[in-house]
Design a binder for this molecule. Structure first.
Ligand SMILES: Nc1nc2c(ncn2[C@@H]2O[C@H](COP(=O)(O)OP(=O)(O)OP(=O)(O)O)[C@@H](O)[C@H]2O)c(=O)[nH]1
Length: 276
């Protein structure tokens, strides 16, 4: 029987040691692998629950979810509603805000639609559910049912069509009748990118401010002031809601600034044409 030389035995012992070591390290690796997979699954579950949280709708009405990695804690959930005559740009205004896109073609809203967006305001995570309503009067019986839950209302007119500005009275009457007493309103003159301005922005601002509303000229096409409208409405609403530190002084105060964003370039512009 052939015997292994001591050298070879030594090598084999070394192999055994190596194998044991590698077996041990395999165990460790398996454990690490399991841990990694467990974390992956947890991560996937978390993403799923977040994306469920962040369901929006695409242009064809299908639900889509955003691929967020971390779930911010939602401090406030607010419902907003956008109203105004047909074709003033309500849908474009909302789509610019939630999806940062603009479509030229006319697509009249049928009834009501909504989008969701979460924003951070003064250190608070605020989830906005924003309802886009049809401007056609025949849908009023459907859309007014959504007024009572709206904390903020964006009332849109078209700066090139004075009748849409005059009709704000009609929309305000509906808000008075169906809306909350504590609703905050922003008057928005949309399509400010167009040259044939027909509504005097100073008069519109004066009317808004006298009534305690915010006022902005916007352009969904050129993405002008869209975000400002929503952020400032949220500021106004949060200032009304008792903050946690007011209910419980031991909670650290998160200040809501009293100044609001104002980047409206049309503020100081003279009237560009015969305005109403
Ligand atoms: N130039 C310009 N056109 C705009 C702007 N916003 C919207 N439009 C156009 O105005 C038209 C009407 O826009 P919509 O967003 O569908 O109007 P709406 O108010 O939602 O209309 P309804 O759903 O019928 O009530 C479309 O052709 C848009 O491309 C804007 O800021 N500038």
């Amino acid at each position: 029987m052939r015997r292994s030389s001591p050298e070879k035995v030594k090598v084999r012992n070394g192999d055994v040691r190596r194998r044991r070591k590698s077996a041990e390290s395999t165990d460790i690796t398996d454990f690490d692998e399991q841990k990694r997979r467990f974390n992956e699954i947890q991560d996937m579950k978390m993403r799923k629950s977040i994306s469920e949280h962040y369901i929006t709708k695409d242009s064809s009405g299908n639900a889509t979810s955003s691929p967020l990695l971390f779930a911010p804690t939602i401090d406030y959930k607010l419902q907003f509603i956008i109203v105004g005559d047909r074709n003033v740009g309500k849908t474009c205004f909302l789509e610019r805000y939630t999806d940062n896109r603009f479509k030229e073609e006319l697509r009249s809203t049928v009834g009501i639609d909504f989008r969701i967006k979460t924003i951070s305001v003064a250190g608070h995570q605020v989830r906005l559910q924003i309802w886009d309503t049809a401007g056609q009067e025949r849908f009023n019986s459907i859309t007014t049912a959504y007024y009572r839950n709206a904390r903020g209302i964006v009332m849109v007119y078209d700066v090139t069509r004075p009748e849409t500005y005059r009709n704000l009275d009609k929309w305000l009457d509906l808000v008075k009748e169906y809306g909350r007493d504590d609703v905050e309103i922003a008057i928005v003159g949309n399509k400010a990118d167009l040259p044939d301005l027909q509504v005097n922005p100073h008069k519109a601002r004066h009317f808004a401010e006298q009534s305690g509303f915010l006022f902005y000229e916007t352009s969904a096409k050129e993405s002008l002031n869209i975000e400002t409208v929503f952020i400032n409405l949220v500021y106004k609403i949060l200032k009304q809601i008792p903050q946690p530190h007011e209910r419980n002084p031991r909670i650290r105060r998160k200040t809501i600034p009293s100044t609001i964003i104002d980047d409206n370039p049309h503020d100081k512009e003279p009237c560009r044409s015969a305005c109403c």
